[in-house]
Write a new protein. Sequence first.
Length: 376
Amino acid sequence: MKVLFVGGGTAGHINPALAAAGYLKSKVPDAEILFVGNKGGMEERLVPPAGYNMKTIHISGFQRKLSFENIIKNVKTVARLVTSSIESKKIIKEFAPDVCVGTGGYVCGPVLREAAKMGIPCVVHESNAFPGVTVKMLSKDMETVMLCVEDAKKYFDPSVNIVITGNPVRGEMLTAQKEKSKEKLGLDSRPVVLSFGGSLGAEKINNAMIDVLKYSAENKEIQHIHGYGQLEKEYPEKLKAAGFDVEANPHIRVLDYINNMADCLAAADVVISRAGAITLTEIEALGKASILIPSPNVAENHQYHNAMALVNRGAAEIIEEKDLTGELLLEKVKLMFGENGKAEKLGAEAKKMSVPDASEKIHSVIMAAAEKGKRK
């Protein structure tokens, strides 16, 4: 059995592909897997270390804002549409897959289009609540479109074969246990807040968090782990200037990078974060209350739609970045630990949204398409 995976650009496109490939190998050990990604993309850094062979093509997306620089970029993109199709066709012919699996990103376009033209069954997975342009454009040529939540279904033509699979979750997240994780982290019985703005960080979240950290320092009732990211190296000095002493508050940890996220997330009672698809999937899997601050700097504002999928089900709170202040964030944190048990209620609703067998559902769709490919 030969399976070609294609996806890239962001971790939200790459990690589901890696998870699906890993699950496939656990079920079909002799399966041959090849990844296709964009030249210079994040996938070049993540896929080979995971143990998979990889080929690359060169593709870019269209710039929507009108400017001379963007016009030049769009001309190059048009040229790459032609060359990337040729590159894709060559890779597909050489590998001869039984099925092609896309997980989003510009790179999916030429590869899955060429594969479909060649009669190879193709399926695609969309990890966000608001589907990307590439997935929507490809949808009618796919055997199946897999979605993370029901909310995304309305954006597709009724003729498209839709299956709600959820997003796959890393194994260490599924096995992490709250009390054991708290013990590993040296935390006591007090509630835990975990906050972060991604591996690089988010300045506006960091600034708003100062009020929350100072409050946690004063009342000593909340333990706090905050990841400020690797771009704002001066953040500890900013905290000190605001009157917060990290060393004097051992129940508060301020880190540039959180390298044990599974334990930190398992230990948390409330999570404050962006609204990337994978982060939300892990929040749901562990049943955590969350205050979501969607990034406004992503394609089609998809993080807002991701967050609202939870908010509309009573599973999270949201603060749009344009409204974010330290005072508002602190107010929402205090409400989480109020007498009405808000954190517990939100966490319970988030848990209901979890799809624990997402990997198996995705695997079933891939295998069904592969069987169809073998019969051709």
